[in-house]
Design a protein around this ligand. Structure first.
Ligand SMILES: *Cc1c(COP(=O)(O)O)cnc(C)c1O
Ligand code: SF4
Length: 328
């Protein structure tokens, strides 16, 4: 009898959860860094494979910057709030966010495999929003009653954090709604925990009658290791459409060279760029903001250097708008 949890769950359990331990691994002296004294509500969480893509001894490493809790998070920036994109207003039923025509977002779980310091969902009341069994029934009823909903987007948190049985049950239930034509997952897990892309997961996805789209979330070429490439290849072989969204982040990818490398690397592993998001203005993330002027200049640079299909759309989310707003 095999009672070992799957590799990805063991990797998840072994993820770095202490700043001191991560610093030791990277040969950095925590005393030399302007660290946040406490971050209990949104603690450090970094899978070891992701940490292995960081350079040692470099406090400015673009992957480290995404996960290291710094004192900068305490600074107040005008216009930054706890619900910057109006999701709480758009919560249609428990766990369902219906903001755009034809598409609904299902919040499957509040948890993620990695905690990204720039995340706009860091203040989201997940305990109220995640899908328990009765809430799942309500969410499915909401979708079933609205034939205009053609696409269901599993989001979170990270939907791939659900175990195979739960995920399969959820996907099969969604797939059983006759007017749902497309199923989309938004997940950072194939990038930060590629071992999650198991043969069982590939079977589950490829057995769905609907078209399946997986929107990855990578912000820097250094995140896209050989393991990530293998996971993407497996998905691609099962006809999953692979797209990527990034967030434009100061000190991480706010230079043309990094963005060129990211989008070229994405293509080389079978993923097309989709969105480059301007930061959502959540309290505590203001130090990551790239001014709009700079964002537009970066887009210009990408357009001059890349084929059109490798240039992501620069967008921002605006509370109350009917779609994401394109800049440029
Ligand atoms: C981003 C988002 C979507 C998907 O929008 P697309 O432009 O189709 O990618 C759907 N619902 C919500 C609430 C969103 O934030
Ligand atoms: S929702 Fe996405 S950006 Fe936010 S912490 Fe999770 S993986 Fe990171």
């Amino acid at each position: 009898m095999n009672t070992q949890p799957p590799l990805w769950q063991r990797q998840l359990a072994e993820a770095f959860s202490s700043v001191a331990e991560l610093c030791r691994h990277l040969q950095l002296d925590p005393a030399s860094l302007p660290l946040l004294p406490h971050c209990k509500e949104f603690p450090l969480r970094v899978p070891r494979g992701f940490a292995d893509c960081m350079a040692t001894g470099d406090p400015a490493d673009p992957l480290l910057r995404q996960v290291l809790p710094l004192q900068d998070e305490l600074a107040h920036y005008p216009g930054y709030s706890h619900d910057p994109v109006g999701d709480l207003n758009a919560a249609a039923a428990a766990g369902v966010i219906h903001k755009y025509r034809g598409r609904v977002l299902l919040i499957c779980t509040g948890a993620c495999a990695i905690n990204c310091r720039y995340c706009f969902r860091r203040h989201f009341p997940y305990a109220e929003q995640q899908l328990s069994k009765p809430k799942l029934q309500q969410a499915l009823a909401y979708i079933s009653a609205r034939p205009e909903i053609e696409e269901v987007i599993l989001s979170g948190g990270d939907p791939l954090l659900l175990n195979d049985d739960k995920l399969k049950a959820l996907l099969d239930a969604v797939a059983g709604i006759p007017h749902v034509r497309r199923i989309r997952l938004h997940s950072r897990i194939p990038v930060v925990l590629p071992a999650r892309v198991t043969p069982e997961l590939l079977d589950t996805l490829s057995n769905l009658p609907q078209a399946v789209v997986l929107v990855l979330h990578a912000n820097h070429a250094n995140e896209l290791s050989a393991d990530v490439a293998r996971a993407c290849n497996g998905l691609k072989q099962r006809n999953v459409t692979l797209l990527n969204q990034s967030v434009l982040l100061k000190g991480v990818n706010d230079d043309c060279q990094s963005l060129l490398r990211l989008n070229e690397r994405l293509f080389s592993i079978g993923v097309l760029p989709y969105y480059l998001h301007c930061l959502d203005r959540a309290a505590g993330v203001g130090h990551f903001e790239v001014p709009a002027q700079r964002a537009l200049a970066l887009m210009q640079c990408l357009q001059e250097q890349l084929p059109g299909y490798l240039v992501p759309k620069l967008v921002k989310e605006q509370a109350g708008a009917a779609h994401k707003i394109r800049l440029a």
